[in-house]
Design a protein around this ligand. Sequence first.
Ligand code: BDR
Ligand code: CA
Length: 313
Amino acid sequence: MKHPRKIIIDTDPGQDDAVAILLALASPELQVLGLTAVAGNVPLALTQINARKVCELAGRTEIPVFAGCDAPLRRKLVTAEYVHGKTGLDGIPLPDPTMPLQPAHAVDVLIDTLRREPPGSVTLCPLGPLTNIATAFTRAPDIVPRVAEIVLMGGGCFEGGNVTPAAEFNIYVDPEAADIVFRSGVPLVVMPLDVTHKALTSRDWVEGMRSLGTPVGQAVASWTDFFERFDTAKYGSQGAPLHDPTVIAYLLDPALFTGRHINVEIETGSELTLGMTVADWWRVTDRTPNALFMGGVDREGFYRLLTERLGRL
Ligand code: BDR
Ligand code: CA
């Protein structure tokens, strides 16, 4: 097998973040250099604990977990307990982690890792607000051209927003950070709501997870049941979107997704559309393309991959 691809997962777990982390840890094609926690779905004090709980659930206590920024660059933190519960990881109760939180700050770790590893060898996988990444880029611009690629979950085009009519949560929480990342020149792959709202769980899949009979299967089923209540009420849909695992699935099998290489800019000025990803899907401007913005997913293939990989843990 080729050398595994080195990734850093920047995350605010979050049940769907947790499934993404498990998918990465189950996949030998990926070498998870570390998890960097950020404030988002719930405050940082909880996201860093949740990140460690997920590593322990997977039996991977050697994965270093770092805490990063506890607030967006210029705004007050907006959280989403109404989706993810008070802990951010409501569902089956998991034991408090015994593995330590690493002492270094996540932003320093991003900078040091990108300076240490060969240029073009580390992929960043942001699953929450982009505060840690933008802070690292601003503080150490020399690392920007060393990033292989950023594959992130965020934004929406035809699907609109999920926190305002125009904005998706991860971008809305820290639009200034998103703006820095989208202007950085690093190759971007974006998994917006247009994709994730097509990646809804089914009852059969959730029950399949439960019937794995493993702690991971139980946890994934209970997490999905927890936030499915919210999504079903909100969208009138059957099942819940597993947003963040699409990022890891793309690294494992990019052919599951279709999209367009287009220009995407972030609204930071308007109160009405703050955090909107203005995606030039029809290429009606001459703005330079900066992102592979996805629109379609092979849903069956995506869930087949998840089942196969999560079954290994
Ligand atoms: C995104 O926001 C969070 O609630 C989820 O974890 C996901 O990253 C979806 O809008
Ligand atoms: Ca997330």
